[in-house]
Design a protein around this ligand. Structure first.
Ligand SMILES: Nc1nc2c(ncn2[C@@H]2O[C@H](COP(=O)(O)OP(=O)(O)OP(=O)(O)O)[C@@H](O)[C@H]2O)c(=O)[nH]1
Ligand SMILES: [Mg+2]
Length: 278
């Protein structure tokens, strides 16, 4: 074959399988969103439009890839949990990471005009991505607790910081200096005393981030099973019933829900044992 002398280059393409039996977390993060948020005049510290947009892209990704069972997002990042038994693209790392990242990015751009109707995109945004393998449920729960704790710490800091700048008239350098070394309780107090803001009353979306979960739907009774018992004919005194049909193994029905709730602690996970089961 004319091409055969070139075909050896194929051998340089090495397989990149992800270890079986481990949970996969794919985390995507906006590239240089400090600049992107400035150029597109995001509201500080939280732009609800931007957060709803990134949630929308994440939900689209979960609709497209059914093996994503849970996602958590804050600021310019989203983490996606894939079930440990997933065989998506034969668990090829580059294939999974690149398709997820590019589909998510396309969805972000695709829905942009819906959330920013008066702000045309000045340049195309991009996201970086990584996949990390986790061996057990404990690590998965700790991973999401870590991201949500991060959301809380950043949001509290940013809320007080921008109150000091926007309402308190401090420069950004002064505001950083005011907050240096302060504990959480002191930040709450400062917000309340100086700006009459009760942090607990701030939107849950800002305080807790976005949790997107594939919830199990309660399935209605299987009506075909009852119909199968109806007699189809009689011979003499004998009633002949339809032969029992082989019951189809149905996948449980699911729905994708966006929540802004505590994922730290047992309650969330105990209510959803299906998430980490397979
Ligand atoms: N004003 C505003 N800025 C936001 C919002 N969400 C994210 N950002 C910006 O996006 C940044 C995200 O942080 P990082 O991911 O650490 O920073 P980055 O500039 O994206 O840098 P890399 O991720 O390393 O490329 C924040 O520091 C903010 O500047 C928002 O709702 N409002
Ligand atoms: Mg970023």
């Amino acid at each position: 074959m004319a091409n055969s002398k070139y075909a050896y280059v194929r051998n340089f393409e090495l397989p990149d399988p992800l270890l079986p039996g481990c949970y996969l977390i794919c985390r995507l993060d906006g590239h240089s969103f400090h600049r992107f948020s400035e150029e597109h005049a995001f509201v500080k510290p939280n732009d609800e439009r931007a957060l709803k947009l990134i949630d929308h892209a994440a939900k689209d990704l979960m609709s497209e890839y059914k093996d994503i069972i849970l996602a958590f997002g804050e600021s310019d990042e989203f983490s996606f949990l894939l079930r440990k038994s997933t065989n998506l693209y034969n668990r090829r790392q580059a294939k999974i990471l690149t398709t997820l990242t590019s589909y998510f990015t396309s969805c972000y751009v695709f829905h942009w005009p819906q959330y920013f109707p008066d702000t045309p995109l000045r340049y195309p945004p991009s996201f970086d991505g990584r996949i990390v393998l986790y061996p057990d449920e404990r690590a998965i729960r700790d991973y999401f607790s870590w991201r949500q704790a991060d959301t809380h710490i950043n949001n509290l800091y940013n809320t007080v910081f921008w109150a000091l700048v926007q309402q308190g008239g401090q420069t950004t350098t002064e505001a950083h200096a005011t907050l240096r070394g302060t504990f959480s309780a002191q930040k709450h107090e400062l917000l309340f005393q100086r700006f009459q803001v009760n942090y607990n009353e701030i939107s849950a979306r800002f305080k807790k981030g976005s949790v997107i979960v594939r919830e199990l739907l309660n399935e209605p009774e299987d009506v075909t099973a009852t119909l199968e018992l109806e007699p189809v004919t009689t011979r003499g005194e004998e009633t002949i019933r339809a032969p029992p049909k082989r019951k189809e193994k149905r996948k449980p029905k699911t729905t994708i829900e966006i929540l802004h709730c505590d994922i730290i602690g047992d309650e969330f996970w105990q209510a959803r044992p299906h998430l980490l089961a397979s």
